[in-house]
Design a binder for this molecule. Structure first.
Ligand SMILES: *Cc1c(COP(=O)(O)O)cnc(C)c1O
Length: 372
């Protein structure tokens, strides 16, 4: 980054693509023999840039990618000409020719989608999702029974995989995990033989019975802890540094910010940082115990988060350290999960809310002329 970029930026978002690749390798190393690791890059790679993340994963060896929408699939195909791309949200009416033109695989979620795929794009591969307990997407049990009774409904295209999705895999002891596993085992036997997939990030840590032929992690690739009750086995990917743009001394009993929600017990010092809720630093994180780091010092985030700014309690900090132009660390080794907790949400939402105003710096980006 040039000096000029440093001067212009109110905040710098560093995304470590080498860490994404390392997380993919760590997850791959956990898998049962014969199982492989796909990469989920929906929602623009969980806010980090699907094309860049996708290229880094492909370079690490990932060959199968999942996006949510057709538009995301088309964009990813432009970045990654060679890999397999599946579209989780399924086949919406009238989109068959796009799937064919961009060599995308729909995840077929009901009998109507299966019929349309067969009819409009004969011979092209697709996946089928069955619902084992999410009640969100995928064929309900009754439709799986219809396919068992009438196998010709699935004839006419290669069944790339049968998949389902776990509802509670981040709660290791939740009884729905084993029930979904049993339901998945039973239902997939009613369909023609095909590769199978059940686990996303957290499901990988439920053990090899959940791995099947491939797993579909997203969040863990980006540093979210897939085992919330244990230490995070993943590497941090995101670092966010916000710039202090003003500091001030304030008196005892002064209030800070909109709504005067924070009152100073003692005289103190405030540092104002150029990151607010318009940058995805959620307003619900106001007065919830969040903090920023400056050279190892913890600066509590106090008062309301506003659109473009937040205020830190910098009382007692050396002005030589804490001054306009200095950067504080907002996301670092604390990780996105801790930041989410102070906003009453999860690391996933912190990532996908990361703002568009940050100056983005990618570390470890594969050269664009290297084969993916
Ligand atoms: C989002 C999603 C994933 C990835 O989930 P993570 O928890 O981010 O690993 C996998 N499969 C399906 C069907 C999804 O919707």
């Amino acid at each position: 980054m040039t000096d000029q970029d440093q001067k212009r930026a109110g905040a710098i978002l560093e995304i470590d693509l080498e860490a994404v690749a390392e997380n993919w390798r760590r997850l791959s190393a956990k898998l049962a023999a014969g199982a492989s690791c796909a990469g989920v890059v929906k929602a623009d790679g969980y806010g980090l840039g699907a094309a860049k993340v996708g290229r880094a994963l492909a370079k690490a060896g990932c060959r199968l990618f999942f996006v949510a929408t057709l538009g995301e699939g088309i964009a990813l195909r432009r970045a990654l000409p060679e890999v397999e791309i599946a579209v989780l949200n399924g086949l919406l009416p009238g989109t068959e020719s796009d799937f064919a033109a961009y060599r995308l695989m729909p995840v077929l979620n009901d009998l109507g989608q299966i019929a349309n795929w067969k009819r409009f794009t004969p011979g092209l591969p697709a996946m089928v999702q069955i619902d084992t307990g999410m009640a969100r997407l995928g064929l309900p049990t009754a439709e799986v029974a219809r396919l068992e009774a009438s196998p010709e409904l699935l004839a006419g295209f290669p069944l790339r995989a049968v998949m389902s999705h776990l509802a509670c895999s981040d709660e290791r002891d939740h009884d729905l995990n084993a029930r979904q596993l049993a339901t998945f085992e039973a239902l997939r036997k009613k369909l023609p033989p095909a590769a199978a997939s059940l686990a996303a990030s957290s499901g990988i840590f439920l053990g090899s019975a959940y791995h099947f032929d491939f797993v579909r992690p997203g969040a863990a690739l980006y540093g979210v802890n897939p085992t919330p009750d244990d230490l995070n086995p993943m590497v941090q990917v995101v670092h966010l540094k916000g710039k202090i743009i003003q500091t001030r001394e304030i008196d005892r009993d002064s209030t800070v910010g909109y709504g005067a929600t924070h009152r100073m017990d003692e005289p103190g010092r405030i540092a104002t940082v150029a990151v607010g809720y318009a940058d995805g630093w959620l307003r619900s994180a106001s007065n919830r115990g969040g903090f920023a780091l400056l050279s190892g010092h913890k600066l509590p985030i106090i008062g309301r988060i506003s659109m473009d700014l937040m205020t830190l309690d910098a009382t007692g900090l050396d002005p030589a350290l804490c001054h306009p132009g200095a950067f504080v660390e907002l996301i670092g080794e604390n990780g996105v999960d801790a930041v989410g907790a102070t906003a009453g949400t999860i690391g996933y939402e912190v990532l996908t809310s990361l703002g568009r105003r940050y100056h983005r710096v990618y570390k470890g980006e594969p050269m664009s002329d290297e084969p993916a």
